[in-house]
Write a protein that binds this ligand. Structure first.
Ligand SMILES: [Zn+2]
Length: 382
């Protein structure tokens, strides 16, 4: 499936460059792109190596440093015009070694499966309190402070399965993770557990970024597996007096130096006009980051490799960027935007890939009506 995705990306890239060729030449070259990707593709092996040889690579970790070196080495094997790194500063948070939770009540003792949210503070030993459940962030915001104060908030908002595009369901629930700790603390809560942002009912909670706000008490925050959320919600209907115990020893360290990693084919006619494409090289620490976003960086690089292999000469500069720190700060993207401005680069188009290596369904496009119409003109070439 990812081969297909790669061919679509590289074809899109080619289309955005090559309209001066006539339609027949375009279709012949597109065939060569397909053949190179499908027959001699290197993306699967590169993705395997990133996931297995490097693995999880959260910003600021030793593995993220390894991922930077791995990326630069790989790019250097392909003989592009330029391979280089752009220095950035990234947050450095570590999950720690203790991540425990359990529920206590009359004749009840139940262990919970949790994952600290990225950026959470530690609990300083077991944190125990009564629990109060809300089905949405709005419900928490509207609650009486006296009902919430001193408790651990259980923010149990389900992802809406009515959305055929699960990313939309994820988007609706994103705020409980990002803002939950701040809103719960404003109501006087001493901790928060949110329903893991995932649709299946299983024992695998998902982490993700959250934030604190100046002037609002920082409270520890974790995601609870959907299986445990179902159980806990049911128990709370029978017994409001349950206690929740949470223990985390995560640590926030000062920001640390890291890099975006960049490979380029220099434009033959307009080298200062840039088409940027890429994904993010960092990933959360609890998995291998294959879909999020190993697939995005690897097939972006594969797109450049294919054009180089087919001896294509772009008029504009093609720049493939492995952005660091998308997950918890987006410092790679932000720094890149400032850096290109300082250099006087003219960005004429950009493609980002960060929705996993599934079968391609299309491209989202932002731009003026004219730009969107121009891009729609490529459709027959697919
Ligand atoms: Zn991502």
């Amino acid at each position: 499936m990812k081969k297909l995705f790669t061919t679509k990306l590289v074809a899109a890239l080619f289309c955005s460059l090559a309209l001066s060729l006539n339609a027949q030449n375009d279709s012949l070259f597109l065939r060569q792109i397909h053949d190179e990707a499908l027959v001699r593709g290197e993306a699967h092996e590169n993705l395997r190596s990133l996931c297995k040889d490097v693995g999880a690579r959260l910003s600021g970790s030793a593995a993220a440093t390894m991922a930077v070196e791995w990326s630069e080495n790989l790019m250097n094997t392909y003989g592009f015009d330029k391979v280089y790194k752009e220095e950035i500063m990234v947050p450095h948070w570590e999950r720690g070694t203790v991540e425990k939770a359990w529920v206590k009540g009359k004749n009840i003792f139940q262990k919970m499966t949790i994952l600290a949210l990225g950026g959470s503070i530690a609990t300083n030993g077991p944190l125990e309190a009564k629990m109060i459940e809300f089905k949405s962030l709005e419900a928490l915001q509207k609650a009486n402070k006296k009902d919430v104060a001193g408790k651990i908030v259980f923010l149990n908002q389900e992802m809406d399965q009515a959305f055929i595009q699960t990313f939309k369901a994820y988007g609706v629930c994103g705020a409980i993770r990002h803002d939950g700790a701040v809103e719960a603390a404003k109501q006087g809560a001493i901790g928060i557990v949110i329903r893991s942002l995932s649709i299946p009912i299983d024992d695998f909670p998902h982490t993700g970024s959250m934030h604190y706000e100046d002037g609002v008490e920082k409270i520890p925050a974790a995601a609870l597996s959907t299986t445990d959320c179902e159980w806990l919600a049911e128990e709370l209907t029978k017994n409001k007096d349950l206690s929740f115990v949470l223990e985390l020893n995560c640590v926030n360290y000062p920001p640390i130096k890291s890099y975006n990693i960049i490979a380029e084919m220099t434009g033959t006619e307009k080298p200062k006009e840039i088409i940027t494409f890429g994904g993010h090289i960092d990933s959360w620490d609890a998995g291998e980051g294959a879909h999020d976003d190993g697939a995005g960086v690897i097939h972006s690089l594969e797109a450049l490799r294919i054009l180089k292999t087919l001896n294509y000469k772009p008029k504009h500069t093609l720049r493939c960027v492995f952005f660091m720190n998308e997950e918890n700060g987006n410092m790679g993207g932000k720094t890149y935007a400032e850096w290109t401005k300082e250099r006087g680069d003219l960005q004429i188009a950009a493609i980002e890939s960060d929705r996993g290596g599934f079968s391609p369904r299309g491209f989202d496009v932002d731009g003026t009506d004219e730009q969107v119409a121009f891009l729609k003109g490529f459709a027959p070439l697919f």
